[in-house]
Design a protein around this ligand. Structure first.
Ligand SMILES: Cc1cc2nc3c(=O)[nH]c(=O)nc-3n(C[C@H](O)[C@H](O)[C@H](O)COP(=O)(O)OP(=O)(O)OC[C@H]3O[C@@H](n4cnc5c(N)ncnc54)[C@H](O)[C@@H]3O)c2cc1C
Length: 554
């Protein structure tokens, strides 16, 4: 589906800048690049198929009286369980207020107090009030509406919707464009988009799992295609589960925002027993991974888990949390008077395509002096992939460490998208002069990969074996299962998805400790020798997967 403003933007048949993804990171980057010609390719119409539109909490920025950048950095570092990149975090935090002002200029109606000042709320693990919101739980929807309107009014941005990008085209150390499949990936043929710069903003990995709060478009295609093009992937094992997805059999599962627990809602089991206080002194406001494991244990034990908001929120529910209220009522649950059934669901990926402060990606195999290992990047110079930048959830900038601090992800998306725009303006690589044909090969049956039996099997495998609680045995089974599915299904889009699943499982198997979002029942504590980030190339993951597939019993 093409929007009405499909305008000629190319130089000698080459698009100037192609952005893959129309969520917050992609739209913000395009607006910041204006008036440079930009083409946004999005798998779904913009506003749909993006986690950004579903964000309920808001954006964190140190803007209140008494708050400081140091405090925001300290909270982020504490949440990240020992492996946050402090330099990157400081940069992100310091640029937060300016990006909030940008969003205000684009027309985002953030909540204000009676004096007209921005209203800042508190969220778990933030030591100060620093979350800017819109009407309680409408932040994502409102931000996206404002940015979509701005994009539609910007003549230099062309939006092509329903194009699923399947491949980044690499020539040496250069990414020279992308290949996409139209009609929401259903078309028999593919279209190539040669470009002078590609910015990958394709979101997260939630839909790699059977229970998730993410839209299906967030199934790790971006990480997979970047890894297949040679990019280094960082920290893939760190997957954040949201403890309170609403358990009403919907896929994706609607979210009961953390703000409910911030406002005093409690977690109980079917016997009415409040269980989190037995596990952590902060009870329901303990870090997300701990609450997720608490809820998971109750569900596994058959006692179920419920978020009881009847006393803390009660009759104010419809006004304070309209989105959650609507989800509950649609399932016949009135949260004003009834506890909400909840389960942990995959919510956010801390890992992703390794990027530097300018959003530049790094390449496998072309190191100036040294090599990449799973334990670190060795060598004098990290070589970037010319022509490929990445922003938003698809990346691993290092600011989330092993566990994301709530509301820092929208902040990360806008800060690094703006940095990329600046960087691209200053340093575009020379244009490639070849223009590709319209039909880019790899044509096959227009099968919806995402509804296919292998994809469903993969999702179940990931939930069962690479979920809230992992073991060596479960991860071995996952790697073997992914390898089998990959061998039987050669489609490119499936390969991208399975690649991401494999990177997550392999990194989780290698990390023989528990930290943040990665919990190993067979290695329950943190280990000082593992207090470091993971850097993995696809070649390394493949080698390990083959070893596991061949050496361990199935
Ligand atoms: C329910 C929910 C609530 C959340 N609440 C908050 C919150 O309150 N605060 C916070 O900071 N974070 C929150 N998060 C996380 C946050 O929303 C995301 O991390 C952030 O929006 C990611 O932005 P993005 O632009 O990187 O990705 P997205 O917004 O997911 O956009 C990705 C885009 O890429 C497109 N795409 C994907 N694959 C392809 C492909 N192969 N080809 C073409 N296009 C593709 C998608 O269709 C989409 O347009 C929440 C997430 C969820 C799911």
């Amino acid at each position: 589906m093409l929007t009405d403003h499909f305008r000629p933007q190319s130089f000698n048949g080459i698009d100037d800048i192609v952005i893959v993804g129309g969520g917050l990171a992609g739209l913000f980057c395009a607006l910041k690049l204006a008036p440079r010609p930009v083409t946004i390719l999005a798998a779904a119409p913009i506003g749909y198929g993006a986690s950004s539109a579903w964000a309920q909490g808001g954006i964190a920025a140190a803007m209140s009286k008494g708050d400081t950048f140091d405090k925001h950095v300290a909270d982020t570092v504490a949440a990240g369980a020992g492996i946050v990149d402090e330099k990157m975090t400081r940069m992100m935090v310091a640029e937060g207020p300016a990006r909030i002002h940008d969003l205000l200029e684009f027309g985002v109606p953030f909540d204000r107090d009676l004096e007209g000042k921005l209203m800042l709320s508190r969220e778990a693990a933030h030591s100060e009030r620093r979350i800017v919101r819109v009407k309680g739980d409408m932040a994502g929807k409102s931000i996206m509406e404002a940015l979509i309107a701005a994009v539609r009014n910007t003549p230099s941005i062309r939006v092509i919707e329903g194009y699923v990008v399947e491949e980044l085209v690499r020539e040496g150390r250069f990414i020279s464009g992308v290949v996409a499949r139209p009609d929401a990936g259903q078309s028999k043929s593919r279209v190539s988009f040669p470009a002078r710069a590609v910015v990958l903003c394709s979101g997260g990995v939630g839909h790699l799992y059977a229970v998730t709060t993410n839209p299906w478009e967030a199934c790790g295609q971006g990480v997979g295609m970047a890894a297949r093009a040679g990019a280094i992937i960082a920290d893939p094992e760190f997957v954040q589960f949201h403890p309170t997805a609403i358990d009403i059999g919907k896929d994706p599962a609607p979210l009961a925002t953390e703000a409910l627990r911030g406002d005093g809602a409690i977690l109980i089991n079917a016997e009415g027993r409040r269980f989190m206080l037995d596990i952590h002194p902060d009870g329901e406001l303990a870090p997300r991974d701990i609450v997720s494991r608490g809820v998971f244990a109750e569900v596994q034990a058959g006692r179920g888990a419920f978020l009881d908001c009847t006393k803390a929120v009660g009759r104010h529910f419809p006004d304070m949390f309209p989105t959650v209220y609507a989800s509950c009522m649609a399932a016949g649950i009135d949260p004003v008077s009834q506890p909400i059934p909840v389960v942990p669901a995959v919510h956010y990926h801390m890992g992703g395509v390794l990027t530097d402060g300018e959003g530049r990606t790094s390449i496998d195999g072309l190191w100036a002096a040294g090599e990449v290992t799973s334990t670190g990047v060795h060598g004098a110079n990290r070589t970037s992939i010319d022509g490929l930048w990445a922003a938003g959830e698809v990346t691993s900038t290092g600011v989330h460490g092993a566990n994301r601090l709530a509301s820092n992800s929208l902040l990360e998306a806008v800060v690094f998208a703006a940095r990329i725009a600046e960087n691209i303006k200053g340093s575009l690589p020379a244009p490639k002069l070849t223009s590709w044909g319209d039909n880019a090969g790899e044509n096959d049956d227009p099968v919806t990969v995402e509804d296919s039996p292998p994809f469903k099997l993969l999702r179940q495998l990931m939930s069962d074996c690479v979920g809230v609680v992992r073991t060596r045995e479960s991860l071995t089974r996952a790697i073997q299962g992914i390898t089998r599915l990959e061998r039987a299904n050669k489609r490119l889009r499936f390969a991208n998805i399975a690649t991401t699943a494999k990177l997550i499982a392999v990194a989780a198997l290698q990390r023989t400790e528990s930290r943040g979002g990665h919990f190993r029942a067979d290695c329950p504590g943190e280990r000082p020798d593992w207090q470091r980030r993971t850097y993995l190339t696809l070649a390394q993951a493949e080698r390990l997967a083959v070893e596991v597939a061949e050496s361990e019993p199935a």
